[in-house]
Design a protein around this ligand. Structure first.
Ligand SMILES: *Cc1c(COP(=O)(O)O)cnc(C)c1O
Length: 372
């Protein structure tokens, strides 16, 4: 889409049609889809209704508070997987939120909430498959499932699921994908023997689901891919986000003009500079200073000098750009910078870029007919 010529403020456009296409693509390659909407849907804002309308079966997020709000708003099965055992699980259990349980301490906290609210807790026992992050260590698994099985028998737990997370899914040929799934199958068998018979099993996130690793289980938990990001660098998904801002000031400068703090860049020829009102407080990584490019009048132009908190300066050369003209920071038009390029310029991953865009962008949603 060409950028509007009347752009007045920095704009973050979410293409709901692209988002819907990605949802449907993952829905086709899985038996059931958990749409992961943590961190405000990876910075995309309020897209939950659209994700559900396009076929997401469940919602997934990290915090209990987010999960309760999502569950109350949508009624969808909603999984939360990162809470402290000191948290109050009461509101989540009462709302019917599915909670991941990685330890006995968590299980005790969840059961206390189930007792207090007289609602059986929907529990997904979370086993660490070799990523040493938020699942239960294997040594602790037997004790955890034994206790959980006993709680199922007395009606305090609903055995909702068993989950894991693969460590090398972006590398489908890595042998650990196979060994981790064997570990997972063993963990499920142990749980079943102890009386915790899960309704669903899930290990795959975006990279795995795209490569059919772990898609044999009932659910996949996909975040990045819904938003067009393949952690393994493939380009099969539809880009969802667009970023544009107007040039607010332009000036013609001569060779030798120092630009920005400490004159981090000095013009070597006569040129035109355009100031764009987005900076590191808007998620333009400061480390991309002097490397990143934008699209102006269909041509690439480099960000020069240091990225400031609220603004960047672009060397637009002889493109004749005027104040008020739109500049594409991320887009899908020919030659437009992609999120992947921004990640490279910044020495990071696209997830890191989209989750730091901040609240000053005006979020607009395109496409996505209400009854699609
Ligand atoms: C973030 C997260 C996901 C989603 O991962 P993507 O690679 O963004 O699809 C799935 N499962 C867990 C446990 C996560 O933390």
């Amino acid at each position: 889409m060409p950028t509007s010529t009347s752009l007045a403020t920095p704009e973050l456009r979410v293409d709901l049609d692209a988002l819907g296409a990605n949802v449907r693509a993952f829905r086709r390659r899985s038996r059931g889809l958990v749409a992961v909407v943590k961190a405000d849907a990876f910075g995309h804002g309020d897209v939950v209704a659209h994700l559900l309308a396009q076929g997401a079966d469940w919602l997934g997020t990290t915090s209990l508070a987010e999960a309760v709000a999502l569950r109350e708003r949508t009624g969808a099965r909603t999984l939360a997987w990162l809470a402290s055992p000191t948290a109050d699980f009461g509101p989540a259990v009462a709302a019917g939120v599915d909670v991941a349980v990685p330890s006995l301490a968590h299980l005790r906290a969840v059961v206390a909430a189930a007792r207090a609210t007289c609602v059986p807790a929907r529990v997904h026992l979370h086993v660490d498959l070799g990523i040493a992050r938020d699942g239960a260590p294997r040594e602790a698994w037997r004790e955890l499932v034994t206790f959980a099985g006993a709680l199922v028998r007395i009606g305090l737990l609903e055995p909702a699921g068993v989950m894991g997370h693969l460590s090398h899914a972006a590398h489908p040929d890595d042998a650990r994908n196979r060994t981790e799934r064997m570990l997972f199958d063993n963990a499920v068998r142990t749980a079943v023997r102890r009386g915790f018979v899960p309704q669903v099993r899930h290990v795959a996130a975006t990279a795995a689901a795209l490569r059919d690793v772990g898609t044999e289980y009932e659910l996949v938990r996909v975040g990045a891919g819904l938003y067009g990001i393949d952690p393994a660098g493939g380009d099969a998904l539809a880009p969802v986000i667009g970023l544009a801002a107007p040039a607010v000031v332009v000036r013609d400068v001569g060779a030798g003009t120092g630009v920005g703090y400490d004159h981090a860049w000095v013009a070597t020829r006569r040129t035109r500079l355009a100031t764009i009102p987005v900076g590191y407080a808007d998620g333009i990584p400061r480390v991309a200073s002097g490397r990143a490019e934008v699209l102006v009048r269909g041509r690439r132009a480099r960000i020069v000098g240091a990225v400031s908190m609220d603004q960047v300066i672009v060397d637009v050369g002889d493109a004749g750009v005027e104040a008020g003209e739109p500049v594409t920071i991320v887009g899908t038009e020919p030659q437009a910078p992609t999120l992947g390029e921004w990640a490279d310029w910044s020495g990071t991953i696209a997830h890191d870029i989209v989750t730091h865009l901040g609240s000053r962008w005006q979020r607009t949603f395109t496409g996505g007919a209400a009854c699609a």
